[in-house]
Structures are given as structure tokens and as C-alpha cells.
Design a binder for this molecule. Sequence first.
Ligand code: PLP
Length: 492
Amino acid sequence: MQDQLLQNLWRAAQGTWESGVIPSAENLSRARSSLLSLPDTGSSLESVQRHLLEDIVPAFNGGSISPNYYGFITGGVTPAALFADNIVSAYDQNVQVHLTNHSIVTDVEYHALGLLADLFNLPRAQWHNGTFTTGATASNILGLACGREFVLQKAAERKGNQLSSVGEHGLFEVLHALNLSGVQVLSTLPHSSLVKAAGVLGIGRSNVRNICCADDPLRFDMAQLEKELARTDKVSIVAISCGEVNTGRFATSGMEQLGQLRQLCDKYGAWMHADGAFGIFARVLGDSEEFATIKKGCDGIELVDSIAGDGHKLLNVPYDCGFFFSRHPELAAQVFQNANAAYLSAGAADGPAIPSPLNIGLENSRRFRALPVYASLLSYGREGYREMLGRQIHLARAIYEWIFDHPAYTPLPEAHSKAELVDQAFIGVLFCAKDDALNQQLTAKINKTSRMYVSGSSWQGRTATRIAISNWRVDVKRDVALVTDVLTQVAQ
Ligand SMILES: *Cc1c(COP(=O)(O)O)cnc(C)c1O
């Protein structure tokens, strides 16, 4: 019995996902009513295993296992990452303090960060640093926290003031000493998590502002941006949507524009943060003409001050995993330093100078997230990830082309031509139904088929549906057939 259960578990983990992409109502209610109370005496391991596999697991969704789960941007788990993640649980290393004579784990983490920098063609001299996080939300918090520290230090320099560190003195005292009313984040269509980060950091959600062109909500209005940067009552962080979550499109389009943004930020002492949760992966693409527009969306990102990225999306490692890079690694220690904790300090270092992760990020005790990243990068290599992303983009483009031609659907953002739509398509397909009644029901109707799963969204006030493609198992031919079949059926 137990062997059978474990075999099923392994098969599921290998991607044999035969049930629908969302669990049946019966499985869900059975799982809910199966939840047990705290026993006085524990149960046998076998009965616990049986409970998990027979009652709980059938009420999971196919989020990462099914290639046709297009809700959110869940990614999947590559076989190498799955193997490594099991090692992580079994050995349960705490990647917290860099102790050269005690464990290799901090070295592996630092090394894996270097490989990621290589994957994204970020020059190591400036970018081999940073840390692994729980996801892009945490990475955005790190980016805005370092930015907040930096812009207030710059303001203090300008004003010849000593009090400048938020980490040391607190936001209120520093703003007061500098006669400033606050910090603002200037962006275009930022991800909700960036706004959340501003809330957490005392910047305030309402101080994240869209500074976009009237005819394009994703493009910076440069004149307006300079006006905001020049304000004397506030200091500013510029946050670049390097991959917008609804459309998959990019806020910038090349080195020239990044250079202009850099110049403005330098002139006014602002920090530039790029939220590249999934978009940074466009830097993996080769020189093929078909991806030229997408690649431009990431061109020049090496000019920013900090980059947030996700591992559990396009890298296809398990939850939870994100990463954070910064061109000013010394700032992270000023923000995240553990004070007065001699027992946490590193021993004498005879290896590379690796900072202790607990002093440059949010958590002290940390999971060994780097190992699945390391394993998956070795398993696929630059070419493997390039090929995987290529397949994902080809699927998105094929679906967009089909939708463009279909009488019942409208692709979003609305495009003048199919060529323009395809050229800009990355890993997301945003669309709506032309018929309003159908459109209100569209997401629910698609998900009810349980053959694929999509997210409800909205675009410029209109209810929309989003197909987010991020799984390593994408098979363009098979998946185009399935998606168009479902959409045909739903439109009837
Ligand atoms: C998913 C996403 C985030 C948040 O990432 P989590 O991994 O959920 O913390 C932030 N920014 C963008 C652009 C995203 O797509």
C-alpha cells in the first residue's frame, strides 16, 4: 500500500498529471472534511502518509505539474530542481552565517548567484552579489529598502547633514532632519507587490505613482518624470516594470532609454530599481531576429541599481525562490545588519569574501534555496533555458495569432496588426471576448472545463482573461491544439 502511494507521489512529481488542472468539488470537500485535529498520541507515519496522499493531494491544483495551468505565473519544477529540493529538505541546512569551516552552503549560494548573473549577462564585476529570497515580492522589498537608504544618503550629502541612515535612525528622524516630507516611487504599471513593498517600508502605497505617457500606460513620460525627480520636498526611487504582469510587455525599449533614465537618476540622486520577476529572463534569449523586440525590453537593465527576479517562475525551481542583485552591495548590510549579535558573526574566512546572508536580507534562518537553482542551471545550461523560453514564447504567439483571427475574441492590448501583436508577445496572452456577456463569464467558463486554467484580469477598465505561460513542459503543437480547442468550445 505504502509503496503504491509513494509511487503515485513520484509519478505526480514527474509530471504525470492525469486529473484536471483544478480539483473536483468532491475532492475539495472531501479534503476539507478530512482535516484532523491535534491528536494526544501521534499516528503512525504510514497513516499520516496515507492521509496526505489520499485525502489532501487529490485536492491540489495542477499549478506546477500541469503544462496547461496558465493561472498566475507559476512555473513548474524541473527534474533537477526537484531532486535538489529533496536534498534540501532531507539535509535541512540553515544558510544564514558564512562559516567557512562548517558548511559549503553559503559558498554554493554565492556561486549560484554568480551563475544567475552569467545567465542574464550581467557583468560579474558589478553584479555578482545579492541574495536568494522567498520571491520577487521580497526582492522588491529589498530593492526599495536599499533605494530608500541610498536616496536619503544622497539627500543628506547634498544638505551636509550627518543623519542619513534609515536602518540606524529610522525613517521619521531622517526625513525630519533633512526637512523632507517623504520618499516616492515613480513607475509605470508596477506590480502590486511593489506597491505592497512601499507600504511595508513606510514609503506608503499612495506614494507609488504612475508617471506614464497618455497614449501608453507602460512608457515613462520623461518630462513629467524629470519634474517629479526635481522636487525638493521628496526623494525618489524609479521602478522599472521589466515585464508587466498583465501583458508581459516591457516599460523600456533599449539601451538609449535606459541611458537617459540613468542620467536623470544620477542628476537628482534617485535610485533605479528593476522589477524583472519574469522579464529579466528575456536576457537569456539569443540574437534571433524574432525575439529582437523582447530583448530590447531588457537592454540596458545592467544600468539600474537593483534587480528583483523570481526563481519559481521562469527558472522553474520550486516555491519559494526569488533573487535580488544590486550594484551597491554595501547598502544591503546597512539596512539588514543584525545588531549586537556576536554569536552570529562569521568565523575567520579563508575562502572567498562571502557576506553572511542574514546581514544582507530579510530573514535570519533561511532555506537552502540556492541548491535547486544551481542544479537546474547545470542541468539545462544557457542553451537549455534559451530553448525552454523560446518554446514558451512560440506558444504565446501562436495563441495570439489564433485569437487575432477569431471573430469572438479581441487580443489585448489592442493591436493594429497581427505582426505587431506577435512581435511584442512574450509569455502572456491577454484577451477578452467581444460579446460582453460572454466576457464577464470567460475566465470562469474556461476554468470550468478543467482542461486548462487561466486568470481573470482587467485591462484599461475592461474585464480580461490572461494566459500566463511559464512551465518547462510546454509543447507548442500539443498546447496550441488544446488551448484553441477550449477557446472554440467556450465561444460557442
Ligand atoms: C510575480 C511577480 C511579482 C511577485 O513575485 P512573487 O514571487 O509572487 O513574490 C513581482 N513582480 C512581477 C512583475 C511579477 O510578475
